[in-house]
Design a protein around this ligand. Structure first.
Ligand code: ZN
Length: 235
């Protein structure tokens, strides 16, 4: 028994459905992987931001220590100033005090700037932590949703595979080999409906001879694109 046009149309439909299901089964793990990669990237960014924050805190601590030692030094100089024995000594100490006071004011400005940078770095770490949390929640929800769909998808996939095999059994042996190669190369597009005398795969009009053959129920391949053709509707 040979395949009729209706069988080929049904086979085409099944191949299309099968691909849709396989694509969905394929897409799930890919989407999970893509989300995991985003989380990895954000985590690396967050760790770098944390390092930056630690460096800035260290710098701010160092400058704080420096400031306190300057304050001690200045206090010491002020005591010496009170005990100066000559105008010359007084002038030297005074000049030193002025220079140190200036240096301290610069240091204080630097400390303020560093503290602002510390604040900004802290905000950045917080922002990245929130983003990571959001992506992780999203990943969890997505994985759970996909996993819940897998059994039904696999069941459909198995059922479709079985039905496709049933249809394929009706392909004449001289057609089956070519059909196999076409499916491997093009998937469901191995088959092409003919509508209004045109192959819907390549949109080229069929030769009169091909039309007669198709109408008589013969199984033929498109002379232009090589697809296995079937009449979409009665013509
Ligand atoms: Zn064609």
């Amino acid at each position: 028994m040979n395949a009729s046009a209706a069988d080929l149309k049904g086979l085409h439909q099944l191949l299309l459905e099968y691909r849709t299901i396989e694509d969905e089964l394929d897409r799930g793990p890919k989407q999970v992987k893509a989300r995991q990669q985003i989380i990895q990237k954000k985590t690396a960014e967050r760790d770098a931001a944390k390092d930056r924050l630690m460096e800035l805190r260290k710098l701010s601590d160092q400058k704080g220590l420096q400031l306190r030692s300057q304050e001690t030094k200045l206090l010491d100089l002020k005591n010496k100033l009170n005990m100066a024995n000559s105008n010359r000594e007084y002038d030297i100490i005074r000049t030193q005090i002025d220079a140190d006071t200036m240096a301290m004011s610069v240091l204080e400005d630097e400390i303020l700037e560093t503290l602002e940078l510390v604040d900004a770095a802290q905000v950045e770490v917080g922002r990245l932590n929130e983003a990571i949390q959001k992506f992780e929640n999203d990943l969890k929800a997505h994985s759970a949703e996909f996993e819940s769909k897998v059994p039904a998808l696999k069941e459909s996939s198995d059922a479709l595979k079985k039905s496709i095999k049933e249809y394929e059994r009706f392909l004449p042996s001289d057609v089956a080999g070519m059909y196999r190669r076409l499916v491997i190369a093009h998937g469901p597009e191995a088959l092409a409906p003919v509508e209004g005398g045109t192959c819907k795969s390549c949109n080229v009009n069929l030769l009169a001879q091909s039309r007669v053959e198709l109408n008589s129920g013969k199984i033929i391949f498109c002379k232009n694109c090589g697809r296995l053709m079937y009449l979409a509707d009665k013509e």
